[in-house]
Write a protein that binds this ligand. Sequence first.
Ligand SMILES: Nc1ncnc2c1ncn2[C@@H]1O[C@H](COP(=O)(O)OP(=O)(O)OP(=O)(O)O)[C@@H](O)[C@H]1O
Length: 276
Amino acid sequence: MSFTLEGVGFTHANGHRALAGVDLRVAAGERVALIGASGAGKTTLLRVLAASLRPGSGRVELLGSAPWDAAPRDLRRLRARIGVVHQAPPIPPRQRVVTAVLAGRLGQWPLWKSLASLVLPVDPEGARRELARLDLAERLYDRCDCLSGGQLQRVALARVLYQQPDLLLADEPVSAMDPALSELTVALLNDEARRRGVTLVASLHAVDLALRHFPRVVGVKDGAILFDLPAGQVSEALLRELYAAEGGLPLAGSPLPSPSPEAGPAAGTLPPLRCA
Ligand SMILES: Nc1ncnc2c1ncn2[C@@H]1O[C@H](COP(=O)(O)OP(=O)(O)OP(=O)(O)O)[C@@H](O)[C@H]1O
């Protein structure tokens, strides 16, 4: 089992109950989409799965260990095996793209290597390779505050691809991308998970993307699981119930261009900071 949640509940400090009685078991290598209206609890659920939020009730087991019973060092090791793509990537604005991508392995490298990489990137070719998969290789040495929201999301995805985690969590990873790029990016995430046998859980606003790319779809409503079904069994009636408060189904649309990986600048020395 990749993870097990049993009766998980979480209430915010202001008394707002974000999760209640959530049961979810996902086997290693499964690919699961979380869908649901805004405020349903998807981010909170992903934060519990990332071992960054301790639930107030219930049992959590992640990658074979109970994070909240583990010693601090074991908890750090566990977190290094979990890759998270945040809704708004927490990337320092002045950081170069290459450094942001290589940060994916900070939890796995010895301290000297992590510190060295902050000064002179230790594996620019590795970073370039992952960026190329997202058609962003030419921005390798740019500063992150020179990127658009969608480009920044691709940097965050390149970072998690570089990390090679055992459990990959993505919170609305394509929310700032246009429909065509969203389609390509969600397909890439699924290909990566399939190829490496990694467990993938992604929350998505676009229902059509979720149904097209993920074998298993979990509908979250009011902090609880409304349904947990193979994508082919998710009916329109269930979707209407899930999004009743939103007055319509959120869709992305899906024209499909082909990827065009581009070579970036030569590695080795750092070119001056620039905004391309
Ligand atoms: N820090 C907080 N303090 C109080 N309530 C919060 C906090 N963060 C989230 N909530 C509430 O918890 C509930 C679940 O929020 P969550 O972010 O998990 O939803 P979501 O499904 O990810 O929404 P969205 O799709 O808009 O990102 C919401 O009602 C939200 O208002």
